[in-house]
Design a binder for this molecule. Structure first.
Ligand code: ZN
Length: 246
């Protein structure tokens, strides 16, 4: 089975289309680690696409916010504005889908998908310290998470945790060799709002049984996504940050 792993699409239709074109023919099933909506201007189009095409998806904090399951007081002003706009524009059918998304981790075989961390769906795994604290709770070798919008992740061993590097700015992809005896926490990166100083859309490809995982980046029509955000009356900062990848 060949998996396409997506996370943090954030209602960015242009980025999603670019990822699908780049990954064409390289996967059988699609997994999603949450945050389908929020920030971007196409929540309905992206949610409908996920409903039709994604085999397994966990909820993210922005999906909860759109569905009315999150206290928006804890959101920063940009996130709050976009959550309220998303609630207004999203159809009842799509909101129901977002409301019923399951909390991670969702396990299957020797893999699991989750949004934040294996112990708390809203926690951010940013640095090695964060990964060290949750490594003990990993009982499957391959975990896929999101939430930070930082592609890469961690290779966890009982003797310590190693950082997994994302592709450099001049690379389209990076192959990560998989070693036995490790528990991996992979972040596929954000499709629709990367924050790791690389504005290209991020995703991952994993084939069961193969000794490597591929982290990929692909350029997309950022200007088109920005134009829609501004035209929707969403905060301009949300458009600007797409070009910076921060
Ligand atoms: Zn997110």
């Amino acid at each position: 089975m060949r998996y396409l792993i997506l996370s943090d699409i954030h209602a960015n239709w242009e980025a999603l289309q670019a990822v699908l074109a780049d990954a064409e023919g390289k996967y059988d099933k699609i997994l999603c680690c949450g945050d389908i909506v929020g920030y971007g201007a196409n929540p309905n189009e992206v949610t409908e696409w996920v409903r039709t095409n994604v085999a397994l998806c966990v909820r993210g904090n922005h999906d909860k916010a759109a569905a009315g399951l999150e206290n928006l007081e804890w959101f920063n002003p940009f996130a709050r504005d976009s959550a309220l706009w998303t609630q207004k524009i999203t159809t009842q059918e799509n909101l129901t889908y977002l409301r019923l998304l399951e909390r991670g981790p969702l396990r299957f075989g020797n893999m699991q998908i989750l949004h934040g961390s294996p112990v708390d769906e809203d926690e951010y795994l940013v640095g090695r310290d964060d990964a060290e604290q949750v490594a003990y709770y990993l009982d499957v070798p391959y975990s896929f998470f999101g939430h930070t919008h930082l592609q890469g992740g961690f290779a966890c061993h009982r003797n310590g945790v190693r950082l997994i590097q994302r592709p450099a700015l001049n690379e389209s992809h990076r192959e990560v060799g998989l070693e036995p005896g490790m528990n991996y926490l992979f972040n596929a990166g954000s499709v629709g709002q990367p924050r790791d100083a690389d504005p290209r859309a991020a995703y991952a490809l994993y084939t069961v049984g193969e000794p490597l995982l591929v982290l990929r980046r692909t350029p997309y029509d950022i200007a088109a996504a920005q134009k829609k955000i501004v035209a929707a009356g969403l905060p301009e900062f949300l458009a600007e940050r797409l070009a910076a990848g921060r």
